[in-house]
Design a protein around this ligand. Structure first.
Ligand SMILES: *Cc1c(COP(=O)(O)O)cnc(C)c1O
Length: 372
């Protein structure tokens, strides 16, 4: 009997019946993307997804509220207003920019546009955990080049890993989850070493947080090499993770292919309006970025004093190589209201949060510091 007027259709236990519908082998073999843990209550600190700890700026909130009145209409097909603003900023024109539902979606469109099953895509490893999923979903082979000392990309080894089946090399800088940024001269040398038909995608999701003076200048490399693409996002420094908007900057003909593969109307009206308003409010946003960077420097210095060997942290997160203790540490942290991102057997990535959250991280880390 279903007496609940709120639930006129009782849920029947159908979901586990045997069925004969089979996904593609590439899909069946893949793990699901693991999202950062969500807080159990509002006293816990969510440091598991590298989000911006600050809420949206008032003028950005305002345009989001105004845009709510227009959501009965489709947005612009290719986020034209945003793309025009970005095209001007990067000096490539609107034809050189493709926006979509977060830069992870843009990367999936890139792989769809350029990779056939059996092609190879080279990345460092460990790197962004979305890469193996997106590459293998496309039926391509993910060639993983181990990180070098200091948890840095080994760009020489990555160039050497390129074969006649390689269609793209993805460079995550700063590297999620370990932190270092690649250096300009080493990336320029890598680009020179790979064939000109291989796409070099520079994933700059955290570029606004970079302070390393030797870090690669993506726009300069893009200007010199038609096979270079930049991937950027409004999710991190601009604090719009919940609205899902990211973009690629590339040669116009490369961008055109990505646009063909992209989801129609992929950037919704609220996201587009908020992104354009965020570009206009950039000074205030970058001030917040500087505050996050100052906190990052404080946390890294504190961890090193405790005896942790922390890789150079150039994003809004730090990496602790906790090996076999990783899962225990994450469980212990969660019990204390600190949600971090464990990579079992390897390490934990901890986002920089409010000063209070960062103090709690330092207190926890002190207890788990490696024996010196
Ligand atoms: C967060 C992140 C992105 C962007 O994610 P979206 O929210 O989809 O824009 C891209 N690359 C890396 C390495 C990231 O950490």
């Amino acid at each position: 009997m279903n007496d609940d007027p709120e639930r006129p259709h009782p849920v029947r236990p159908h979901a586990v019946r045997p069925h004969a519908v089979r996904p593609r082998p590439a899909v069946a073999s893949l793990p699901a993307y693991v999202p950062g843990a969500r807080p159990a209550d509002d006293r816990s600190h969510k440091l598991s997804s590298n989000e911006n700890p600050y809420p949206p700026l008032e003028p950005v909130r305002q345009v989001i509220a105004d845009a709510a009145g227009r959501v009965n209409r489709y947005p612009e097909m290719y986020a034209d207003s945003l793309v025009a603003a970005l095209g001007e900023r990067f000096g490539v024109g609107a034809a050189g920019v493709v926006a979509s539902t977060g830069s992870v979606a843009v990367l999936s469109h890139v792989l769809q546009a350029f990779c056939e099953p059996g092609d190879q895509v080279v990345t460092a490893w460990r790197s962004f955990e979305a890469y193996p999923i997106l590459v293998r979903l496309q039926g391509a082979e993910h060639v993983q080049v181990p990180l070098a000392a200091g948890a840095r990309h080994d760009l020489g080894a990555m160039a050497d890993a390129v074969t006649d089946r390689t269609r793209a090399v993805l460079v995550c800088t700063p590297n999620n989850p370990t932190g270092p940024a690649v250096h300009h001269d080493e990336l320029a040398a890598m680009i020179d070493a790979v064939p000109e038909h291989v796409l070099v995608v520079i994933d700059e999701a955290y570029t606004e947080f970079v302070t390393d003076p030797q870090a690669a200048d993506g726009p300069a490399l893009l200007a010199e090499h038609p096979n270079v693409m930049l991937l950027r996002t409004f999710s991190k420094a601009y604090g719009l993770a919940g609205l899902r908007v990211g973009y690629a900057v590339a040669h116009p003909e490369v961008a055109a292919a990505v646009r063909i593969a992209s989801t129609p109307f992929g950037v919704n009206e609220l996201a587009q309006t908020a992104a354009v308003a965020s570009l206009a409010a950039e000074d205030a946003l970058l001030e917040r970025v500087r505050a996050v960077v100052a906190e990052r420097q404080r946390v890294v210095a504190g961890l090193r004093v405790q005896g942790w060997d922390v890789p150079d942290a150039q994003g809004n997160f730090v990496w602790l190589a906790t090996g076999d203790r990783t899962t225990d540490l994450a469980t212990h942290a969660a019990a204390r209201g600190l949600l971090v991102r464990p990579f079992a057997g390897d390490g934990v990535r901890i986002s920089i949060g409010s000063p209070e959250a960062n103090d709690a991280v330092l207190a926890l880390a002190e207890e788990w510091a490696p024996e010196g």
